[in-house]
Design a protein around this ligand. Sequence first.
Ligand code: SF4
Ligand code: SF4
Length: 314
Amino acid sequence: MGKPADAVSDPDAVTVTGVITDIQRFSIHDGPGIRTTVFVKGCPLRCFWCHNPEALAPRPELQYYADRCIACGACVAPCPVNAHTMRDGQHSFDRARCTACGRCVETCYTRALVMAGEKKNAHDVAQVVLRDAAFYETSGGGVTVSGGEPLQQPEFTRALLGECRAAGVHTAIETAGHVSWDRLRDVLSVTDLVMMDVKTMNPETHREATGVTNERILANARRISEHGTPLIVRTPVVPGVNDTKEAIAAIAGFVSELQSLVKYELLRFHMMAGAKYAAIGLECRTADLTPPDDDLMERLTARAASFGVTVEHT
Ligand code: SF4
Ligand code: SF4
């Protein structure tokens, strides 16, 4: 390890703030080894299967889990905009009034009310990351900035990764890649590994599934590769979007030409976020989807591997 954990190697890190939804320590799914994953808020895509809907909007939001509410009424008085009301022993929440000030959250001991998104400065977050430096060293892990989209808050991501890297910690981002090259290149200067989704090669399918076309994403994947930053490409295998041998073969063909590719991963779609959608006031559109079975995942993996790349699947 480099500098002691409390050294500030990047003066900007003290003043640069970001809005984050979570800091997950001892994570093993967001890159090599044991990692700390920092989830930032805000994403330009709207993938209908997103597992982190609370990270889509850039601003802090109040999550309301109605099934945890015991109708105690404690949240009514502290709310300055009367977003909470009690009538006939029933609690109701008017999201349209809520300004996400967070005052009601402290009064709700059943955790029916939870804030999604908190402003933090990069140095403070780096201090949390550096607590586990010994584990990164023994496991080959490090820090990952995920989201949301890390490149929606490029100054924060850069300051955080810059400080961690200066302390000898391996740095990674999980990105959708739908950002300007200038923004991406700046963050690459402090990034050891990029994990990036390629969801489909078909621009129209991509637009329907995510809200944006894929030209910029594919161009950025090529540029990352030319830049020389190690790259893991991932495809979430989603029914009706890319769960065919043809769709995966098209992506694998593209991926096989990326010089800095470490591996290609096929991630089985799982529906785990239904309650989170309701809590944030969004509609969940995956309730009727069935995750791909083992046989399909094996066949898609074999097809992708036929392009000569290392392929793993979940
Ligand atoms: S977060 Fe603030 S504005 Fe929103 S419901 Fe709670 S107290 Fe009211
Ligand atoms: S404080 Fe929590 S449990 Fe009590 S009424 Fe409000 S949301 Fe429901």
